[in-house]
Design a protein around this ligand. Sequence first.
Ligand SMILES: [Fe+2]
Length: 248
Amino acid sequence: MMDLSRREALKAFGVGTAGLLAAGAGCLAQENHSGVAGAARMAAATGKRRYELGALPYKADALGEVLDAETVSIHHGKHHAGYVTGANRILDQLDAARAGGDYGRIQALSRGLAFTASGVVLHELYWRSMSPERQEGPSGRLAAQVESDFGSVSAFADQFAAAAKAVEASGWAVLVWEPALRQLLVLQIEKHQDLAVWGSVPLMVCDVWEHAYYLRYQNRRAEYVDRWMKVIDWRGTGERFDLAIGGV
Ligand SMILES: [Fe+2]
């Protein structure tokens, strides 16, 4: 296996030309996020790009004030890993479809790829949207952009939390950089792939699928979200923002 370099990763994931979720994976495959193996690697033996399960950037019990170790372990080792396996299986099936000229399952495969690959990308970002080290808020260029686009950090936080709590069924709240108007947006995501603003780069996400919080919080999603807002990794989010505004 060999790592994609930063530029290769950005190019491979289509920053600037492809969609919201794919572009975000480019930001994740960076050497400046310690412990990040990257959402994707290229298999040297076959030359095919395939997703990999990145290691957690901290121990499973490190977010104890918000998430218990069992929740984190199951979420990462079962749910996140399942999307990696599923996405790679579909990529293999698409290879076979092209080889055989048989596109009878193209709709199912396309839908499945959008769901599973987006699940991989968002989960990689989710683990890196949290930090065991308490951080007060954004700094540098991200802080200035948050002030410009939301009015204040607290106004951003209010909108983000409200969006997370109100996601219909299973989904996410996400902070994105929208390059056309060069602005930050808070979006909701249903499942892993619906409600995107294409071209946007995801910077920070909160998973509000029940598997993210049910063991501790049961049906109290709002309590989970309120606690989650206190463990945002603003430093990592700022690094991804700097990369996004320079790379699109
Ligand atoms: Fe999840």
